[in-house]
Design a protein around this ligand. Sequence first.
Ligand SMILES: [Zn+2]
Length: 294
Amino acid sequence: MSGASKFAVIGGSRGYDLLARHSFGEETDSFELDSPFGKSGIIHSFGGETPFYFLSRHGDFGYEITAPFVNYRANIWALKLLGVERIISWSQPGSLVPARAPGSFCVPDDIIDQTRNRAGTFYKNTGLGFIRLGEPFCPEIRKSLDGGLSSAGADFRKSGVYCCTEGPRLETPAEVKMFRKMGADMVGMTLAPEAFLAREMEICYASVCMMSNFAEGIKKRPFKKGELFEGMLTEKESAKVASSFELFPEIISGALGGLAGMERACDCGKAMERYRKAGKVGDDLLDDIRSFGE
Ligand SMILES: [Zn+2]
């Protein structure tokens, strides 16, 4: 577990491609960790100016685990165990807004959780976990992502609402209409419960999203058999998505650099303080959760 760092990056789709191409620099170590909820994904340590851990959410060698089957609790547990205080993640949702084209980026500031079957808390049967979510994504990491996106020259928006569905199937046109009416700007499958579990562990968490396509019904697209997304993307959009994807390492390294110079002054690290004051948890949340049992 060398390269101890207070930073971690959770990579979305094709994180494994960037790993295979050594896009994050010199890897110093890789390992899995056990948790009361099972094994984490493989965690890679990277050195460089701002050392960080990297975990590819969907697997290490290809798209092996779809969103509903990611062990979110084991992953967040493992990062907490390593002493991580700030997590940057990325996700590639579908756009619900015609003006937000595939290949453009967004740093979401809010989230609607439409998942159904995921373990969403570390505090089952404990009476704990009633935590405020006025800012579900860490404002400091969001700011650092703005910096990373600007310096990478990316086309991006500083805010947006992410709707998280269960998956792995894509959404129906009626669902897409509903999500738009609910105020969502993009629809994906991965940020819930990941963001909430990080907050329960008092870890800062925010995400940078790259629109991978228009969600069903936003643009008229005929079904094309045997293609990725069955024809939801035009060739031009596909090329734009591919070139935007290549910006992830630069965006992340810019954001990490920004964070490294930023004192942690947000409220994320105090999410459980009320329970701590009441003597229901101590300083070591992992120890407390272990004692609660599954
Ligand atoms: Zn924070």
